[in-house]
Ligand binder design. Structure first.
Ligand code: ZN
Length: 187
């Protein structure tokens, strides 16, 4: 492989050479806590919740995958627009996120039950340690754009989150975000 330039517009997160992977609301069944609000929105609309660009590098341990993620502003019930969230198939994988624009945070939890929420604001990096599932959440009114990179052979495990959810939810309470226990979370 030869060296190459990063081809992202770092203000919008858009790639100039690649199509994004899109996650409209209809692809997020079971992810939001308020199933009724989810269905109500879907009856009339299928809004784009987030999209991401990832470069197709060989998935070997020496390469770094990287890309940008764009989470749009919005809410389902009182829960903010967010990514599905994932563990890595190789659980002992760390990942760096760097916030380019917008306002939000990264919700993280590991199988041992520890969790954390780190805020994103432009110019701030968040380190996701090995073993932590991670989900970006937009608590602002503009798109939340982040750049991420991690070892290329790590893989993604979405299934665990789809089945179990997160221990915590980030919800809007009178214009401020609040972190609450997920009433539907089960061991
Ligand atoms: Zn990841």
């Amino acid at each position: 492989m030869k060296p190459f330039n990063l081809d992202f517009d770092l203000l919008t997160g858009l790639s100039r050479s690649k199509e994004s992977t899109k996650r409209p609301l209809s692809k997020m069944k079971g992810i939001y806590s308020d199933a009724e609000a989810f269905q109500n929105v879907l009856q009339s609309d299928d809004p784009l919740v987030y999209e991401f660009y990832e470069l197709d590098l060989p998935e070997t341990s020496g390469n770094l995958l990287f890309g940008t993620s764009i989470v749009y502003p919005g809410k389902i019930g009182n829960e903010y627009y967010m990514t599905k969230g994932h563990f890595h198939t190789i659980l002992e994988t760390g990942e760096v996120y760097y916030c380019l624009s917008g306002k939000g945070g990264m919700l993280m939890e590991n199988p041992e039950g520890d969790w954390d929420f780190q805020e994103f604001s432009p110019g701030k990096a968040v380190y996701v340690p090995p073993r932590y599932a991670h989900r970006s959440i937009n608590v602002g009114s503009e798109p939340l754009v982040t750049f991420f990179t991690f070892r290329a052979d790590a893989g993604h495990d979405y299934g665990t989150i789809e089945t179990k959810g997160y221990r915590k939810l980030v919800v809007d309470l009178e214009g401020q975000y609040e972190i609450i226990d997920n009433p539907r979370w089960n061991q």
